[in-house]
Design a protein around this ligand. Structure first.
Ligand SMILES: [Zn+2]
Length: 250
């Protein structure tokens, strides 16, 4: 585990006041197959509850994470004082670094947490977070920075969680992570971007309409118990969001 990785982990503690989230930091070769199934599985006897000597931000470390015999990467689990769970993965042989952040239903979660009168709100927020923060106000700062450093990014809203991720050349991980973490600290949600992203969400929905996969998925939701959060519509449309967005307290 190199020291720069530990620093970036601690740097995102700024998120603590806003979200309790699972944070996964990867330093590994980013191939078409993303290492998204990495799980933090540990033998209890190997966990410790000591506070880190250099910081009181870490309340628990998990070493000796169970992994495949063929997996040569180094893993470390951390629980931060805001109860954010962190998985660090180190592989010095790779040419990319990456980070992913997932927040689950306990907090802002996915589209099953949408208010009934603003279906699609979680998905809409996922779009909006990329478009400027107080520290980096230019709308395209994040995507421009990543593209200039051989990186890429994406996000996805699921029923009970939303995930954001990026990859970048290792030398720029800290700078990329600083931009990334600002999404969850002080996003701008400007009016201009709001209008545009409502259109983007709407276009996404219209693209899905002729898709059998999306139709079947929506039918499945409609057939669920109407009192259950699964009985919903997660993508959102301009009509639904626009009708309500001025009255929603973000
Ligand atoms: Zn989308």
């Amino acid at each position: 585990m190199d020291s720069s990785m530990m620093w970036t982990c601690l740097d995102v503690m700024n998120l603590s006041a806003h979200l309790g989230i699972g944070f996964v930091l990867l330093r590994s070769r980013v191939e078409k197959r993303r290492p998204a199934t990495i799980s933090l599985t540990a033998n209890k006897s190997t966990t410790t509850n000591k506070m880190d000597n250099s910081s009181n931000l870490i309340i628990r470390r998990v070493e000796n994470i169970i992994k495949s015999q063929e997996d040569k990467r180094l893993y470390r689990g951390l629980e931060l004082s805001n109860h954010m769970k962190v998985l660090l993965v180190s592989d010095p042989t790779t040419d990319k670094s990456a980070a992913a952040l997932d927040h689950d239903r306990k907090y802002i979660a996915g589209y099953m947490s949408d208010p009934r009168e603003v279906l699609g709100l979680a998905h809409f927020c996922e779009h909006m977070l990329f478009l400027g923060t107080q520290k980096y106000p230019n709308e395209n700062d994040y995507s421009k920075f990543l593209s200039e450093h051989n990186g890429s990014s994406n996000a996805a809203t699921y029923p009970d969680h939303t995930i954001y991720y990026f990859d970048v050349v290792p030398e720029e991980l800290s700078n990329a992570l600083d931009r990334f973490s600002q999404f969850f600290i002080a996003p701008l949600f400007t009016e201009a971007a709001t209008d545009r992203e409502m259109n983007a969400v709407n276009s996404e929905h219209e693209k899905n309409i002729p898709s059998d996969v999306w139709r079947k998925d929506q039918l499945d939701k409609h057939m669920a118990d109407s009192a259950h959060p699964y009985h919903t519509f997660g993508t959102g449309t301009q009509r639904i969001i626009n009708k309500n967005h001025f009255t929603v307290n973000f």
